[in-house]
Design a protein around this ligand. Structure first.
Ligand code: DAH
Length: 331
């Protein structure tokens, strides 16, 4: 056993040395002086363990006492760190005359687009619904008629996490909203969120965003769908002369399904979304009769709106590039 005087004098040294530290640098030096590998406490331990005159019992209790001293050190050490962290800069040391930068940054084009879409959708009577990014296979696939052996469920296309998946589309939110039974008769729901696919090349990102929307309405038809999409795109692109065309498509959850192209100034058609009449087997399961749905890639329509040609510009975090989109938040 260590002598009581010995223990007390070590404790006193610890307290004194820690409290006289002025900064973190000094504190770290004190730490290694006391509890570092070559520090005072380990030196004690070694000295006693080597002493062949001491019984094993005695060595054990000395080991225990040294550990208690280490705990004692750590207690004061942590207190000192919080004291450093809480230290306020004295007001007479703050220079209020230093000019503040007026460049406070601006919203990313994807955020601008997203805000814009929220505004348009809400004006058009849509209610926002959300779902998890890590989704059950049931909502992402099964409930949408995507069978077990469908190629999209392949490990090469989808990220699996234990029994779940990183959702591959926001259409999963459609099922969650219908299943919740929160809505009756006629209603409009939309969602915007992150989606994931095993794609990573010059025109694809492994994580991107989609807007999913659907309208449950007894008079819904392909022509009301077309009228709605035209209205939406006119608002989004902020021009009246938007031209679209519907081509037949295939999605397991809509029938008929369409792919929608928009015409550009140069006369070229660009595919921008998928849509269709929600399949009867999906609707009837939750007691609904008729409706249409659509899914839009946020990156895609943002690139078109802002004239961005390289999808990787959206994720490169290149400040001068980002700065050109919206100086609205700078003062
Ligand atoms: N989920 C589809 C995709 O990721 C997009 C889509 C197509 C959504 C048709 C829909 C729809 O709601 O009706 O490619």
């Amino acid at each position: 056993m260590l002598h009581e005087n010995e223990i007390n004098s070590i404790k006193q040294n610890i307290e004194e040395e820690i409290s006289s530290c002025k900064d973190m640098k000094g504190l770290i030096l004190v730490k290694s002086k006391f509890i570092g590998k070559e520090g005072i406490l380990n030196a004690y331990l070694k000295k006693y363990l080597k002493n062949s005159e001491l019984s094993n019992e005695n060595k054990k209790s000395i080991g225990f006492e040294i550990n208690q001293l280490k705990d004692f050190f750590n207690l004061f050490y942590r207190k000192k760190i919080s004291a450093f962290q809480n230290k306020q800069i004295p007001t007479d040391q703050i220079d209020y005359s230093i000019p503040v930068s007026s460049a406070i940054g601006n919203l990313h084009p994807l955020s601008l687009s997203k805000e814009y879409i929220h505004k348009i959708m809400q004006e058009m009577g849509f209610i926002y619904e959300d779902g998890p990014s890590i989704e059950k296979e049931y909502y992402n696939f099964d409930a949408l008629n995507i069978s077990k052996n469908h190629p999209a469920r392949n490990e090469k296309d989808t990220f699996f996490i234990n029994d779940d998946v990183l959702r591959t589309h926001t259409t999963a939110v459609q099922i969650r909203a219908l299943e919740s039974q929160k809505y009756v008769d006629e209603f409009r729901i939309y969602s915007i969120g992150d989606v994931y696919r095993r794609d990573d090349d010059s025109t694809h990102l492994p994580m991107f965003h989609q807007i999913e929307g659907f309208i449950i309405d007894n008079s819904a038809s392909i022509s009301t769908l077309k009228g709605f999409l035209l209205d939406f795109l006119k608002k989004f692109f902020e021009k009246d002369d938007v031209e679209i065309r519907l081509r037949p498509g295939y999605f397991p959850f809509t029938e008929p399904s369409v792919e929608v192209d928009v015409k550009f100034e140069n006369g070229k058609w660009l595919e921008i979304l998928g849509a269709g009449m929600i399949r009867k087997n999906i609707l009837s399961k939750y007691g609904y009769k008729k409706g249409f749905a659509f899914g839009i890639g946020l990156e895609r329509i943002t690139m078109i709106k802002f004239g961005i040609t390289n999808i990787h510009d959206l994720t490169d975090n290149h400040y001068p590039w980002l700065k050109q989109y919206g100086n609205s938040t700078e003062n």
